[in-house]
Design a protein around this ligand. Structure first.
Ligand SMILES: [Zn+2]
Length: 245
């Protein structure tokens, strides 16, 4: 069986889209049909070579997707054919199995336990979690990383408690996940800060109690008005920009 895939052949170059041969399904592995995938900073970093030379080239990419299980390898018990699944990079329970290796015109193409930039992919059982089909594949792709990372920041890193004030600077994908997590954790107030008006509006729909456009408003003054003090219990930086920028 073949699949179309986007292959990273050389760093700092465009991915090459071509057909590759799918290997046999090893124990602990699952063949899925990818229905929606996202790209995040990790893949852009891999393509741009921000972590230095890549010794696995050529290889496949991607670690967040919504998919349907098409075939399971030996010893797989957590998912079955036809299941809608979230494909995520963080291991859950189940097997991981060996890395799959694809064939591209006689050349080996490497892959990790999860890759998603292809129509079909072999992914480890422990990188798949079944989800009710009613949520749709695009929501599954968001559940794979962006939203769950936001929840993890609130629950595991910041350990936000009910009634704590939370200020989120930068309402991109992760920032929005943090807003949702803060709302679920019972934080109050939840102050969203950005320079883009429609992002601030979305943050308010998702649970932010206040929105500050720091291009037009003075953040310290606004915090003083909202909290009665410029000190916030938890501040989360979600812009990814260094201080110099
Ligand atoms: Zn990601």
């Amino acid at each position: 069986m073949k699949t179309k895939a986007a292959i990273l052949v050389e760093q700092k170059k465009d991915l090459i889209v071509d057909e590759i041969d799918i290997p046999k399904i090893d124990p602990g592995k699952v063949l899925v049909e990818i229905k929606a995938t996202r790209i995040c900073g990790s893949q852009i970093g891999e393509i741009d070579g921000t972590k230095g030379p890549d010794s696995f080239l050529p290889h496949l990419l991607g670690h967040e997707a919504g998919a349907i299980v098409r075939e399971t390898g030996p010893m797989v018990s957590r998912v079955k054919e036809g299941d809608h699944v979230v494909c995520h990079w963080r291991p859950a329970s189940g097997m991981s199995g060996p890395y799959p290796s694809y064939n591209w015109k006689g050349k080996k193409v490497s892959a990790g336990h999860i890759t998603t930039f292809s129509e079909y992919s072999i992914i480890s059982e422990n990188r798949l979690t079944p989800i009710d089909p009613k949520y749709g594949h695009e929501v599954s792709a968001l559940m794979a990383d962006t939203i769950t990372t936001g929840f993890g920041i609130i629950n595991n890193d910041a350990k936000v408690k009910i009634g704590q004030s939370v200020c989120i600077i930068g309402i991109g994908g992760i920032g929005l996940g943090v807003v949702l997590g803060a709302k679920l954790a019972g934080a109050n107030p939840i102050i969203a800060v950005d320079i883009v008006e429609h992002k601030l509006k979305t943050a308010q729909i998702c649970g932010a109690t206040h929105a500050v456009n720091c291009k037009q408003q003075n953040l310290e003054e606004e915090l003083l008005t909202i909290l009665g003090t410029p000190e916030v219990d938890v501040v989360i930086e979600g812009t990814g920009e260094s201080r110099d920028n």
